[in-house]
Design a protein around this ligand. Structure first.
Ligand code: PEP
Length: 246
């Protein structure tokens, strides 16, 4: 399957710097052999919509509300994201689980709302360092994915799944290709038990992926792409990761 490299800008960017970054990426687009997406802060979705027009660049949001509309101050609905042609919405990123107390049930409801509006949720799962050291990695990621499978049933093959060990996000520590492949294989097995179409689900790795380690990670049989934070903010670094995905 064609790999997917998705950037997560987190809370970074400005109208001016976004234009420069996207133009630098697009100047290389003829070389891309994978799908490329950028998940940007909500105020910049309209800018991405125009910058990416008539190009292969896909884009999405970093979160979506579990509610459809109404008195939910500060929330952004799936319908609103769809208005701007969003292809993806990250749900359950560890920073939202940690700083916004998002739990498995909420993440599953958000994934369901995205799917209902034709947006592909990029569902993030991953263990903390403490959980890994306690030997709980498989248990944790399986519990997180099970909640999403429970709510989304046969639609589960429409998601993108991101394995992001929390201890590797923004820390410069990367899971080894073997560690990542092991967890990806566990997740693939869980998806297979839930859906006949599990093999077409992109399971992407995230956690300090960079120009130096991307090729080895992406060579693993169950690593179908990357979710890239810090390195997606620099055109040269992000383009090197894209080049490693073929
Ligand atoms: C992320 O935020 O999804 C991520 C993987 O960040 P980083 O690449 O900076 O570790």
């Amino acid at each position: 399957m064609k790999k997917l490299i998705a950037g997560n800008w987190k809370m970074n960017g400005s109208l001016q710097s976004n234009t420069a970054l996207v133009q630098a990426l697009l100047s290389n687009a003829a070389q891309w052999k994978c799908d490329v997406a950028l998940c940007v802060p909500a105020p910049y979705l309209s800018q991405l919509q125009s910058l990416s027009k008539a190009s292969p660049l896909l884009f999405g949001a970093q979160d979506v509300s579990m509610h459809e509309a109404g008195a939910y101050t500060g929330e952004v609905s799936a319908a609103m994201l769809k208005d701007f042609d969003c292809r993806y919405a990250i749900v359950g990123h560890s920073e939202r689980r940690q700083f916004h107390a998002e739990n498995d049930a909420l993440v599953a409801a958000k994934a369901q709302k995205a799917l209902a509006f034709g947006i592909t949720p990029i569902v993030c799962v991953g263990e903390t360092l403490q959980e890994r050291e306690a030997g709980l990695t498989e248990e944790v990621v399986k519990r997180q994915l099970a909640a999403v499978i429970h709510v989304n049933g046969h639609c589960i093959s429409e998601i993108v799944l991101a394995y992001e060990p929390v201890w590797a996000i923004g820390t410069g520590k990367t899971a080894t290709p073997e560690q990542a492949q092991h967890v990806h294989a566990v997740l693939r097995g869980q998806l297979r038990a839930a859906s006949a179409h599990a093999d077409r689900v992109h399971i992407v790795y995230g956690g300090s992926m960079n120009a130096a380690n991307a090729a080895q990670l992406l060579a693993q049989p169950d690593i179908d792409g990357g979710l890239v934070g810090g390195a997606s903010l620099k055109a040269a670094d992000f383009l090197s990761i894209i080049a490693a995905a073929h």
